[in-house]
Write a protein that binds this ligand. Structure first.
Ligand code: SF4
Ligand code: SF4
Length: 518
C-alpha cells in the first residue's frame, strides 16, 4: 500500500503577494505521491489505545473456599491477630521500679522494652539491624515463594480476611450477597448490613485500642480508657486507627494492594524464574472445555485440557484476578484459587494442582516434555540467608555483651579551649553517664592520655586526688559538665579518653575525644 504525502508546492508554483496565501484546494492539487521505503508497504497506523485512564472499581464478592491454603491462612490469621491483641498484656519482671510489660515503647522515658531486651535511644542501631533483617527476610521469602508475605502475613491481608469472614457471616456467601445487593432495601438487608458495619467498627476500634496499649502499661490504660480518664492522645490515636482499619480492611481491600502498596512493584523486580508462584498450568489446562465436551473430544482422540472453565478460581479470589491469564500484579499469591480448583478437580475425578505453586522454569520444561524440579538453594537465596545469619549474629553478640553502663561526651565548640591567667589550657565537655540497671550506682570519672591535667566536675566539690565521683539513679542518664585543665604548656591537640568505673563492680566504659590546644 502506498501512502500519499501532501508535499508543499515549490516556490515557482506558489502565488506571491499580500493576501495570496495558497488555499487548501491548491495544496491538495499539488500533492505528490511519494512511494514508501521498501519494507513499509504494509504499514498500517496503530489503532488508538482505547483503555481508559481510570477504571472504576469493580466490587468483589469473594466466595468462601475450603482446602489446605485456606486452613493455613486461618491459622496464620489466628496467630498474628492473637499476638497483636494479647501481647500488651504479657508481663515480664524487670525488678522494682521498672515496667513489667513484656513489649513496651515507653516514649516519655525514651526506652523500648522487648522481653529481656531494653533499648536506649543511644542504641538505635538495633532498630537499624532489625530493619535490615526484616528486609532480608522479605527478600528471601520472595525468592523462595513469591509474594508469600502478601498472601499470608501482611496486615492488610490479615485484616481484610477477617473483615470478609464477618461479611460472609452477616451478608451470606458470594451468591446470596450479590443477589441481596441487587434487590431492594428490605428490613432483613438493613439489619444484615448494619450488623456487618457494627462488627467491623468494633474490630477496628479494638485494633486501634490494642495499638495504644503498646505505649503504656496495658492493664492501667484499659482501666483509664474504660473510666474516661486516659490521656486525650490515647483517644485520638484510637480514633485514627479505628478509621484507617475500617476504611482499609472494610472498604478499600484489594485497592490497597493494587494502587497504594509499593511492594508488588518492588517484588516484581526482585523475583526470578525459580521462585515458586501460584501458577495456572496452562500446558495441562488448555484447551478449556466443559466436562461433557472434554470427554467427547478425548474419546475422539482430540486434545482437551483439564480446565472446565467453571470460574471457581476467579470467584474465590480476594482481588478478583483470573490466574489463568498469567502473572498479574493483583495476585497476592494467597493460594485460595488452588483450593478452589482442587475441589473442582476432586469432583470431576481429575488430578489436583491444575493451579499450584510452580516456577516459570517448570512451565517451560513441561511444555518441552522435561521433568520439573524445584531449586530453593540458589545464589540469591544463599546470599539473603547469609546476610540474615550475619546481621542476626552481630545483633545477638552485641546484645549478649551489652554493657549496663555507658558514657558519651560532647566537646564544647565555642570556644574550643580557654587560656587561663596562669598559662594553662582548659577544655570543657558535656559528659553523659548511663546507668542501665535497676539500682543507683556511683562511678569514678577519669581522663586518660593527658598526664598532669586536672579534671573538675562543675557543681561538684573539687577533688585534687582525681577521684571524681558521679552518682546516677536507677535506669537513668546523668549529664555533667567536665572541665579538663592542662598545665604542661603543650601547643597541640591530643587524643584523650574519658573512663567511668563502677565503684562496686569495677566495670568500666570509655569514650574517646580530643583535648584541643592553640
Ligand atoms: S489469583 Fe489465586 S493466588 Fe492470586 S490472589 Fe487470586 S486467589 Fe490468591
Ligand atoms: S477452578 Fe480450575 S477448572 Fe475451574 S476455571 Fe479455574 S482453573 Fe479452570
Amino acid at each position: 500500500m502506498n501512502a500519499v504525502h501532501a508535499a508543499m508546492p515549490s516556490d515557482d508554483k506558489k502565488p506571491r503577494g499580500a493576501g495570496s496565501e495558497p488555499d487548501l484546494v491548491e495544496l491538495v492539487a499539488s500533492a505528490e505521491v511519494i512511494p514508501l521505503s521498501p519494507g513499509l508497504e504494509s504499514f498500517e497506523p496503530e489503532p488508538e489505545d482505547e483503555t481508559p485512564l481510570y477504571e472504576a472499581r469493580r466490587k468483589i464478592y469473594p466466595q468462601s473456599v475450603r482446602g489446605t491454603y485456606r486452613r493455613i491462612k486461618w491459622i496464620v490469621l489466628a496467630v498474628t491477630l492473637g499476638i497483636y491483641y494479647l501481647l500488651p498484656f504479657v508481663r515480664w519482671d524487670r525488678g522494682p521500679g521498672a515496667p513489667s510489660q513484656a513489649v513496651l515503647l515507653d516514649l516519655p522515658a525514651r526506652r523500648f522494652y522487648f522481653f529481656f531486651v531494653e533499648i536506649w535511644p543511644q542504641e538505635i542501631y538495633y532498630v537499624t539491624g532489625l530493619l535490615i533483617l526484616a528486609a532480608m527476610v522479605l527478600f528471601l521469602m520472595n525468592a523462595v515463594a513469591g509474594r508469600v508475605w502478601c498472601g499470608y502475613l501482611c496486615p492488610q491481608t490479615v485484616w481484610t480476611d477477617l473483615f470478609q469472614a464477618v461479611e460472609r457471616l452477616t451478608e451470606g456467601d458470594r451468591r446470596e450477597h450479590v443477589l441481596r445487593e441487587r434487590g431492594p432495601w428490605t428490613l432483613n438487608r438493613v439489619a444484615r448490613t448494619g450488623a456487618k458495619h457494627v462488627i467491623w467498627l468494633m474490630i477496628a476500634w479494638w485494633t486501634g485500642g490494642a495499638w495504644v496499649l503498646y505505649f503504656s502499661d496495658a492493664p492501667t490504660l484499659v482501666r483509664e480508657l474504660a473510666t474516661g480518664q486516659a490521656p486525650l492522645i490515647a483517644y485520638g490515636w484510637i480514633g485514627i486507627l479505628t478509621f484507617t482499619t475500617y476504611a482499609l480492611a472494610g472498604h478499600m481491600r484489594e485497592q490497597v494492594c493494587l494502587y497504594m502498596c509499593p511492594w508488588p512493584r518492588i517484588q516484581a523486580a526482585l523475583t526470578d524464574e525459580y521462585a515458586l508462584n501460584v501458577t495456572y498450568r496452562f500446558d495441562r489446562g488448555e484447551p478449556r472445555n466443559s466436562v461433557k465436551k472434554s470427554v467427547a473430544l478425548r474419546q475422539q482422540g482430540l486434545p482437551s485440557g483439564d480446565c472446565i472453565d467453571c470460574l471457581q478460581c476467579v470467584y474465590v479470589c480476594p482481588t478478583g484476578v483470573d490466574i489463568r491469564n498469567g502473572p498479574n500484579l493483583g495476585c497476592i499469591q494467597c493460594g485460595l484459587c488452588i483450593d478452589a480448583c482442587d475441589t473442582v478437580m476432586a469432583k470431576i475425578g481429575r488430578p489436583p494442582r491444575l493451579i499450584a505453586y510452580d516456577t516459570d522454569v517448570n512451565i517451560k520444561r513441561r511444555t518441552e516434555g522435561k521433568a520439573p524440579f524445584v531449586r530453593i538453594v540458589r545464589w540469591r537465596t544463599a546470599l539473603y540467608a547469609a546476610i540474615i545469619v550475619a546481621v542476626g549474629a552481630v545483633m545477638l553478640y552485641t546484645l549478649a555483651t551489652r554493657q549496663s553502663i555507658g558514657v558519651n561526651v560532647l566537646h564544647d565548640r565555642n570556644p574550643l579551649f580557654v587560656r587561663m591567667h596562669d598559662g594553662a589550657i582548659r577544655n570543657a565537655y558535656t559528659v553523659r553517664v548511663l546507668n542501665k540497671t535497676g539500682g543507683s550506682r556511683e562511678f569514678w570519672l577519669t581522663v586518660d592520655g593527658l598526664d598532669g591535667s586536672f579534671v573538675d566536675i562543675a557543681g561538684e566539690p573539687s577533688r585534687m586526688d582525681g577521684n571524681n565521683m558521679i552518682e546516677v539513679g536507677p535506669d537513668q542518664t546523668r549529664e555533667v559538665r567536665v572541665l579538663v585543665t592542662d598545665y604542661s604548656q603543650r601547643e597541640s591537640s591530643v587524643p584523650i579518653t574519658f573512663v567511668i568505673t563502677d565503684r562496686m563492680s569495677r566495670n568500666t566504659a570509655a569514650v574517646s575525644d580530643y583535648f584541643r590546644g592553640p
